[in-house]
Design a protein around this ligand. Structure first.
Ligand SMILES: N[C@@H](CCC(=O)N[C@@H](CS)C(=O)NCC(=O)O)C(=O)O
Length: 205
């Protein structure tokens, strides 16, 4: 049996969190190595692309959160067998990766510069992606993004929408998702109450 170690920041979000949920849903026993930002600074240069998440399988490093999500999703039954539904799932994973880049561009800014960048983000890319994701959810039938069942795409959207609605991004209104893409709010509640997601968070208490 292979050994799995996931290295990511010590918070229940970001690119690492959907992988943690999927690993748990897959029944894969893994080391959940949570690192602080100073620890990341020390190890950054030694990772392949100076970034996390990193999944080690039997000690061998693999990167790229969406590739890892797909791999674990296949084991967990959280990735479509059907090619078209798999494409739909991948489209969502890719869109969220792009959105992450736009959000991260505003990190580290301060005061007025931060306010302006976040307002531009809200009016621009965030609106574009929230509306686009809402349409992709409707394409999937309204409940899930692909295959009429929960996939890693749903997990990734769930984590992102939960973060956006938490108010942890200054100058991003907490009700933005509700106003622009109410279907994503219902989706967050649906995924958050899925027994596999509930079971994962029970391990976090
Ligand atoms: N495409 C990569 C992006 C990885 C990435 O940018 N990770 C962020 C954390 S979520 C990071 O490590 N940033 C550190 C840095 O850029 O120095 C993936 O999906 O895994």
């Amino acid at each position: 049996m292979s050994s799995y170690k996931l290295i990511y920041f010590d918070f229940d979000g970001g690119r690492g969190e959907p992988i943690r949920i999927a690993l748990h849903a897959a029944g894969i026993d893994f080391e959940d190595k949570r690192i602080s930002f100073p620890e990341f600074g020390e190890m950054r240069q030694s990772t392949r692309f100076n970034s996390v998440p990193v999944l080690e399988i039997d000690g061998a490093e693999v990167t790229q959160s969406n590739a890892i999500s797909r791999y674990v999703g296949k084991i967990a039954g959280l990735y479509p067998d059907d090619d078209l539904q798999a494409l739909y799932c991948d489209e969502v994973l890719g869109a969220l990766e792009d959105l992450s880049h736009y959000i991260v561009q505003t990190f580290g800014l301060q005061d007025e510069e931060l306010r302006l960048a976040r307002e531009k983000l809200v009016e621009g890319w965030l609106s574009v992606y929230l509306r686009g994701l809402d349409k992709l959810l409707a394409r999937g039938g309204g409940e899930y993004f692909a295959g009429n069942e929960m996939t890693v795409a749903d997990l990734k959207v769930f984590v992102q929408i939960r973060s956006l609605r938490s108010g942890n991004l200054d100058h991003v209104p907490k009700d933005l998702v509700q106003r622009l893409a109410p279907g994503l709010v219902e989706h967050q509640q649906r995924i958050g109450s899925d027994p596999r997601v509930v079971a994962y968070y029970a391990t976090r208490q």
